[in-house]
Design a protein around this ligand. Structure first.
Ligand code: NAD
Ligand code: UGA
Length: 462
């Protein structure tokens, strides 16, 4: 009799393969591991495979790493470079490889195609029904055309008959990757056929979330529509904030009250230096590229991207207001990752900001709690400080580029190290009143009030 392994939670434990040990791959692997399945993570990158097998995440994501370590130690999760074997030994395979931007804005599907060719080889050698789910973000029709063709031609088998094909996008945010995977806002299942869709529904059964069951192309489009909306909402907040500052109004009050309308909502209305990261910029570019190829100009998406690239310049305007000119001034840039709490520097606004500061003749000293080693690879010739204190010492101003928790604690002790205690809050993460009480001048994105340090409380020299 065939032995059925149960997870202890009343459902059969399955062997699952996850291709790509990045944010999405590892969050998916750990999620299924926590649900009681046996997970094989397959990656072409030796270093990542070694790290995962040592129970370490190859990026800064502490809660994910903790659970990863537990699953690796218990033997429920393993990593391997042998992608074919990992797929062949599994019932379901989730493809989570990167889909970066090409110069044109189109996504680079080469890693996806390579992964599909390997999966096809494994399918050709396997018996029985298997499921292949695309979790990477791909342009509508990719799964149904490129992926299907490679899998069918390479395996000699048919999608919908011998294997199931799904588009199952992920909506996690870096910094809360595991929580977002375990408690998603919705689970989108696009499928080639009912059996494939039912198989994924069963796998996700223990996760509480609304399900959207649909076709492959619709599932792919839902992911792009979501990221395009988030990018647009942030851009709207930035535009309102820029306007508020020029009107002498604090955008925090305006956007706070605006977000109370349930039709608008308070999230993603925080103004800043623009959206960065591995996905929002690339996904908006990819959507615009696809749109143009269809003969539709997608003017809103173009405006969002244009405004976003100009947004870091608001920090320069604030610095010029504060200093007269940045030429020859020592400017500390705090935060190099694309947002606080992560070590990912993909599309970080710090690059635009620092390039403009250098072009204006400033002397830049940069610091980040976790992202310094990856940022050095992008901008190797600038000066780096090994601590906040070192970055601030003798600087004429500091710009907060990423909202790390450490920067929220900046106060009198730190400001007193500066030649001129001037804070440009590029992420609206400090309280202007507190900064002024601590003896510094506050300039923030969307902060329209003139700032003076509260001398009555005693400046740095007292
Ligand atoms: P990543 O770059 O962190 O990881 C991708 C991994 O895939 C790498 O380790 C790489 O070595 C591996 N890989 C590439 N080709 C391979 C192959 N042929 N076989 C085996 N492994 C291979 O990527 P990520 O940030 O996890 O993003 C993956 C996808 O998910 C992208 O399409 C992205 O748009 C989407 N996404 C990302 C996030 C996020 O927050 N990072 C959130 C939702 C969706
Ligand atoms: C984003 C989306 O939020 C996820 O839902 C999506 O799954 C993911 O992209 C993806 O497809 O990869 P993430 O890249 O982790 O997640 O980053 P966000 O938290 O969305 O932040 C993106 C950028 O927008 C950051 O630079 C951040 O500082 C900025 N931002 C965010 C603002 O300027 N204001 C806000 O109110 C929110």
């Amino acid at each position: 009799m065939k032995r059925v392994i149960t997870s202890g939670r009343g459902f059969a434990s399955m062997r699952i393969c996850v291709i790509g040990a990045g944010y999405v791959g590892l969050a998916t692997a750990v999620m299924f591991g926590k649900l009681g399945h046996r997970v094989a993570c397959a990656d072409v990158d030796n270093h990542r495979v070694r790290e995962v097998n040592a129970g370490r995440a190859p990026f800064y994501e502490p809660p994910l790493e903790k659970e990863l370590g537990r699953l690796v130690r218990s033997g429920a999760l393993t990593a391997s470079k042998n992608v074919i074997r990992s797929v062949a030994d599994s019932k379901c395979t989730f493809i989570c490889v990167q889909t970066p931007s090409l110069a044109s804005g189109r996504i680079d599907v080469r890693p996806l195609k390579a992964a599909c060719r390997t999966v096809a080889k494994a399918l050709s050698r396997s018996e029985g029904y298997k499921l292949v789910a695309i979790r990477s973000t791909v342009i509508p029709s990719t799964t149904d055309t490129i992926v299907r063709q490679i899998l069918e031609e390479g395996s000699g088998k048919s999608a919908g008959k011998d294997f199931g094909l799904c588009a199952n996008p992920e909506f996690l945010q870096e910094g809360s990757a595991l929580r977002d995977s375990m408690e998603p806002s919705r689970i989108v299942i696009g499928a080639s056929d009912k059996r494939a869709s039912d198989t994924l529904m069963k796998l996700y059964a223990p996760i509480k979330a609304d399900r959207v069951r649909t076709d492959l192309r619709t599932a792919e489009m839902i992911k792009y529509a979501s990221n395009a909306f988030l990018a647009t909402k942030i851009t709207y907040a930035n535009e309102m904030a820029n306007l508020c500052r020029r009107l002498g109004i604090d955008s925090e009050e305006v956007l706070g009250a605006t977000g109370k309308d349930p039709r608008i909502g308070p999230l993603f209305l925080r103004p800043g230096l623009g959206f960065g990261g591995s996905c929002l910029p690339k996904d908006v570019k990819a959507l615009r590229h696809m749109s143009r190829a269809l003969g539709y100009p997608a003017r809103l998406l173009s405006a969002v991207l244009d405004i976003n690239d100009l947004q870091p310049l608001e920090a320069l305007l604030l610095l010029n207001d504060a200093l007269g000119s940045i030429k020859g001034k020592r400017i500390a840039v705090l935060g190099l990752s694309f947002k606080g709490g992560v070590d990912d520097v993909r599309e970080t606004r710090a690059v635009i900001l620092i390039t403009e500061l250098l072009a204006g003749g400033a002397d830049v000293i940069a610091f980040d709690p976790m992202a310094m080693s990856s940022f050095i690879e992008i901008m190797p010739t600038i000066s780096f400080a090994s601590s906040i204190d070192e970055a601030l010492t003798d600087s004429d101003a500091c710009v907060i580029q990423a909202d790390w928790a450490e920067f929220r604690k900046l106060g009198r002790k730190e400001f007193c190290r500066m030649r001129q205690p001037i804070v440009v809050d590029g992420r609206r993460c400090l309280d202007p009143e507190r900064v002024e009480k601590d003896g510094a001048r506050y300039f923030g994105i969307g902060y329209g009030h003139a700032s003076e340090p509260d001398e009555s409380l005693g400046g740095c020299k007292s």
